[in-house]
Write a protein that binds this ligand. Structure first.
Ligand SMILES: Nc1ncnc2c1ncn2[C@@H]1O[C@H](COP(=O)(O)OP(=O)(O)OP(=O)(O)O)[C@@H](O)[C@H]1O
Ligand SMILES: [Mg+2]
Length: 503
């Protein structure tokens, strides 16, 4: 039986497993035994569907190749990506194609049946983003799936090799598209999350786009036009920006110079390491602010942290280590940076093996809520406001019941809107409404008990109960959510009928 750990990343996705020597390993690409990371990019066209390196190769040859990238940032959003037949693919379905590619690779490489998988999500993913990820797994036909937060997976991987006894860990996870900061306690019997925080849309993509902005500014100065309006130029600029970034991160490199031909007009581009670091500086400052908020929520400061683990490809930016070392007052080599590209996938495989394999040693894993959860109510001044029922950074599973009262006599129903919030002052995200009917001629101030709960995967359930009659309505935002709605049932057909990388 095979239990997979899958890192479904913004820029790269990986599948990991435990090999016969009882070590974590990555599944190679079906057509390239030296490739272990799949670029999270999808092309659907007349010639078929391609995922990963096959699309990157086509894009190098022909930048006009239609493709979808960064779909992780659209998960849980009401967005779609049209294919060549104008079929609107939802983010879940595009992600399912990436998963399908990883499953094809796995099946062609390993003989065992895939019996379960742990798929990782950023710690700061909302309920909707988590649900969408679960649905992507369902669309891809993965049998049993559990979601785990990326920093927990990374800490699990590090913990197995590098840490023993009771220790406080801080995971700094700067990937392609998202940033997570997590404070954990590691003990011999397991891992316990003390606090978690994060920022959406902060990662390598942010740096690439800052470089693209510089190119665009120079181009605009010369030619009085924004090159990004041309889709081909946009692809070329992104490729160049990523390459330039990686080049500038190499030791000894002091500048990158290139003449780019964009939309038939040329632009000379020069970026020095000093200029580059000024771009990266802002990103690192934002990440450090998130870290300190996280420490504060856990009631600690850097001095209490035994190990700082860096993970995610963008933690290889030299300035990240420099500034983090400076801020935390420790030497650069006091920061743990080991296989930052693979740590999340490896940790996920370790967790999958513990979770699904009854014979494996079971370690405790205490996770925490990343969002506060509540319902929208009318405030004292009649304006809607959020009544928080479960705070952020509470151990999961978590559940809370509060009795609410109707406003007026004969009110036929109570409309309950469930919302998540990062912090009290931040915008709330609505998870949806549900309607609870009340008996006819119910008096004013009629009581309704509302229970909100987080399950182990950070998914939300809401229950309304009439204590007078015992009538109850449960809105399982996960269980029914994980069942596919009509639109996704249709898209499952598309996914099922789409062969990936099968030219
Ligand atoms: N040596 C390096 N120096 C700087 N950046 C790097 C380096 N290697 C990779 N990156 C960047 O790291 C990012 C990819 O990291 P990673 O694979 O951890 O992200 P991801 O898992 O796809 O994203 P996320 O975790 O946000 O969903 C890309 O933006 C890539 O350009
Ligand atoms: Mg990642």
């Amino acid at each position: 039986m095979l239990y997979l750990g899958i890192d479904l990343g913004t820029t790269f996705s990986l599948a990991s497993y435990i090999n016969a020597a009882n070590q974590v390993a990555l599944v190679p690409d079906r057509f390239d035994a030296n490739s272990f990371r799949t670029p999270s990019v999808v092309h659907i066209g007349n010639g078929g569907c391609f995922v990963g390196d096959a699309v990157e190769a086509r894009l190098l040859e022909d930048p006009t190749t239609p493709h979808t990238r960064f779909v992780k940032l659209a998960m849980g959003e009401n967005q779609s990506f049209p294919d060549h037949q104008q079929r609107p693919w939802r983010p879940e379905a595009i992600s399912a194609l990436v998963l399908k590619k990883l499953l094809d690779d796995t099946r062609s490489f390993l003989p065992d049946d895939i019996a379960g998988a742990v798929v990782t999500v950023p710690a700061n993913f909302s309920d909707q983003q988590r649900q969408a990820t679960k649905q992507a797994a369902l669309l891809a036909g993965l049998p049993r799936v559990t979601l785990i937060e990326e920093p927990i997976a990374a800490a699990t991987f590090y913990g197995v090799n590098d840490i023993s006894g009771d220790q406080t860990l801080f995971v700094f996870d700067l990937g392609g598209g998202t940033f997570d900061a997590t404070l954990l306690q590691a003990a011999d019997d397991g891992l316990f999350v003390l606090a978690t925080d994060g920022q959406h849309d902060l990662g390598g993509k942010t740096v690439d786009e800052a470089i693209m902005q510089q190119i665009a500014d120079e181009y605009e100065r010369l030619h009085d036009a924004d090159p990004r309006e041309d889709p081909t130029a946009l692809v070329q600029m992104r490729q160049f920006a990523t390459e330039a970034k990686l080049e500038l991160c190499r030791p000894g490199v002091s500048q990158v110079r290139k003449t780019l031909l964009l939309n038939r007009r040329s632009v000379d581009f020069l970026l020095t390491v000093a200029q580059f670091n000024r771009l990266v500086d802002k990103l690192v400052d934002q990440a450090l602010t998130v870290c300190e908020r996280c420490l504060q929520a856990g009631g600690m400061d850097w001095d209490f942290v035994d190990h700082i683990l860096l993970t995610g490809g963008s933690s290889l930016l030299p300035l990240v280590r420099e500034k983090l070392a400076e801020r935390t007052g420790r030497p650069k080599d006091g920061l743990l940076l080991k296989q930052p590209h693979q740590a999340v996938a490896f940790g996920a495989a370790l967790i999958a093996n513990q979770l699904f394999n009854e014979r494996a040693e079971q370690k405790q894993l205490q996770r925490a809520t990343a969002w506060q959860l509540g319902i929208r109510v009318a405030g004292a001044d009649g304006q809607p406001c959020v009544k928080v029922m479960i705070d952020k950074n509470q151990p999961v599973p978590a559940s809370k019941t509060v009795t609410f009262h109707t406003n007026r006599e004969g009110q036929p129903r109570m409309v309950i809107e469930i919302v998540q919030q990062k912090a009290p002052q931040e915008d709330e995200k609505s998870l949806g409404y549900f309607i609870f009917s009340l008996p006819e001629s119910a008096p004013s101030k009629y009581a309704v008990e509302i229970t909100l709960a987080y399950d182990m995967e950070g998914l939300v359930t809401a229950t309304a109960r009439n204590p007078q009659t015992g009538q109850q309505l449960k809105q399982v935002m996960d269980e029914n959510g994980a069942a596919l709605d009509d639109e996704l049932v249709r898209q499952k057909e598309w996914v099922d009928h789409t062969r990936v990388n099968d030219a």
